[in-house]
Design a protein around this ligand. Structure first.
Ligand SMILES: Nc1ncnc2c1ncn2[C@@H]1O[C@H](COP(=O)(O)OP(=O)(O)OP(=O)(O)O)[C@@H](O)[C@H]1O
Ligand SMILES: Nc1ccn([C@@H]2O[C@H](COP(=O)(O)O)[C@@H](O)[C@H]2O)c(=O)n1
Ligand SMILES: [Mg+2]
Length: 235
């Protein structure tokens, strides 16, 4: 059945992606499950280009775009930005790249993201990498990421001003890595993002990874997914 989103986006201008036909892997998982960390490893070993939807939105805020304030407010609240904004950023990044294979990290975040991306671009993912991790572990990781960012900021300001004193607390890290927003992000993940994973699971496209283990062990499991079947037989 066609949704309202499908109807609005078919018959209009065709996306340039329908010509480029990139190979896309969606990388999904709860906040702090390790998507960015593992994408960096995949890029190094398998030649993909990593596009984090969250990073693209943060770059859009910093570019001074007219959508900047709206995006900033939505990220601070942990809610999902309108899909046309995120999809435009993803299309632009894919078209500007010479690569033809992409890890799209943190997208689609809900059914609206998914349906609009597929109908606007005509691109369906090769598969979906799903990092499965407990909320307790994700919460620990996000709070620790926030602490590390704060310390990096303090050291930077100490070096910058050179007198061993910080007379301001530098604004470092992510605005959404605080306990209130982290809990809101968990709720959005359960209420809106899991249904996307279920959808692709019903199509046999989900590769689930136990992401609660140390980084190197998680990457061993990831490698097994990306290593071509022929290579596995030869190994
Ligand atoms: N397997 C792991 N074990 C322990 N810490 C990890 C692991 N993977 C990532 N981390 C750490 O957890 C934090 C979150 O990781 P990362 O940024 O990769 O997650 P993410 O899924 O991209 O998060 P977000 O959804 O907030 O963008 C980082 O500080 C990272 O160094
Ligand atoms: N498809 C998306 C992806 C992200 N957002 C917003 O960005 C925030 C941070 O995302 P990360 O993947 O970097 O954790 C997220 O909480 C959303 O506010 C979005 O709206 N749509
Ligand atoms: Mg990330």
């Amino acid at each position: 059945m066609r949704t309202i989103v499908d109807a609005a986006y078919t018959g209009g201008n065709k996306s340039a992606l329908s010509v480029k036909k990139p190979k896309v892997v969606f990388v999904l998982g709860g906040p702090g499950s390790g998507k960015g960390t593992q994408c960096a490893n995949i890029v190094e070993h398998f030649g993909y280009t990593h596009l984090s939807a969250g990073d693209l939105l943060r770059a859009e805020i910093n570019s001074g775009s007219e959508n900047g304030t709206m995006i900033q407010n939505m990220i601070s609240e942990g809610v999902i930005v309108p899909p046309e904004v995120t999809i435009k950023l993803l299309e632009k990044a894919i078209m500007e790249s010479e690569n033809d294979k992409f890890l799209i990290d943190g997208f689609p975040r809900n059914e609206e993201n998914r349906a609009m991306f597929e109908s606007v671009t005509g691109v369906v993912p090769e598969f979906v990498l799903f990092f499965d991790c407990s909320e307790e572990e994700m919460e620990r990781r996000l709070l620790s990421r926030n602490q590390v960012a704060k310390w990096v900021g303090r050291v930077w300001s100490w070096v910058r001003w050179g007198n061993g004193q910080t007379w301001f607390e530098p604004k470092c890290g992510r605005v959404d890595d605080n306990i209130d927003t982290i809990r809101k992000r968990f709720k959005v993940f359960v209420d809106s993002s899991l249904s996307v994973i279920n959808y692709y699971n019903s199509k046999g496209k989900v590769k689930k990874i136990d992401a609660g283990k140390p980084v190197a062990q998680v990457f061993e499991a990831v490698k097994a997914v990306f290593t071509p079947i022929d290579d596995k037989a030869a190994a």
